[in-house]
Design a protein around this ligand. Structure first.
Ligand code: UDP
Length: 243
């Protein structure tokens, strides 16, 4: 599918129109940012790894009954996706305390949570993506209660599927971020699922295999993305396909 007009360029991805208005082309970049863009860098081959890892995990979710925008991989760093109208929300699911949860509530990183925690953040760069609750979301018309319920259920189901699958590859799923959108009245998961948007810890050593290596200057950043790719995609036939 031919790349059309550039619709949006973010920190880690570009989104293009295609000849068919039902589909967009997403291109993953090697650029990395953290702390609201204050820290910038390039992670070698990240665009490739994130495209392939996202394709793999979206395919897994689709096969397991969690609908999402992924259609097929169309290049090393490119995938075709269904065109969605995105909610201005980030949905975060957590299994283990880390990052902002640990800081805000004073819980040591690595402490298991008694049940998965779902959080919502309002996507607004100028405000630094503040956390919102269900009543804010309804009051500000960011989503209806029915839509939010669909998103929450999809997020928790995705958590169960991903957690089990990753455990089989010796990876603990600590937390992750999802985004959703609407196409023809249908709510689908969109965006990406990659080491940029998840915390992946090696089950045996606890080693971080995700963007925290970049955020916290731990070194071995590209190697960590390559390791997740190797454990997930490396030993399959390769490109997943949803439709
Ligand atoms: N996350 C993300 N984009 C964001 C904020 C968070 O992909 O804008 C992911 C992050 O990689 C982690 C999870 O969501 O896997 C929870 O992040 P947290 O709230 O702990 O924020 P952080 O510590 O990254 O600031």
């Amino acid at each position: 599918m031919e790349k059309g007009e550039l619709l949006y360029e973010g920190k880690a991805k570009r989104v293009y129109r295609t000849a068919d208005p039902r589909y967009y082309l997403v291109e993953f970049k090697d650029d990395a940012t953290a702390f609201d863009g204050k820290k910038r860098g390039v992670i070698e081959r990240k665009g490739f790894y994130n495209n392939q890892i996202s394709a793999y995990l979206f395919s897994l979710l689709a096969r397991s009954g969690v609908p999402n925008h992924f259609v097929r991989v169309v290049g090393e760093t490119q995938m075709l996706v269904r065109a969605l109208r995105m909610f201005r929300l980030e949905v975060i699911v957590r299994n283990v305390a880390a990052g902002s949860l640990s800081k805000r509530l004073g819980i040591e990183e690595g402490t298991p949570l008694f049940r998965p925690v779902v959080e919502y953040y309002y996507k607004d760069d100028a405000l630094g993506d503040p956390m919102v609750n269900e009543s804010h979301i309804e009051a500000l018309r960011l989503a209806t209660p029915g839509q939010l319920q669909v998103m929450q259920e999809a997020a928790l189901r995705a958590n169960g599927i991903l957690k089990t699958h990753l455990a089989g590859r010796d990876i603990d799923l600590v937390d992750f971020k999802l985004e959703f959108g609407v196409d023809n009245g249908e709510i689908l998961m969109g965006d990406e699922i990659s080491p940029d948007t998840c915390r992946f810890w090696d089950r045996d050593t606890g080693e971080k295999l995700d963007k925290d290596r970049f955020r916290r200057d731990l070194g071995g950043v590209a190697e960590a993305y390559a390791e997740v790719y190797r454990r997930l995609v490396g030993n399959t036939r390769g490109f997943g396909q949803n439709q």
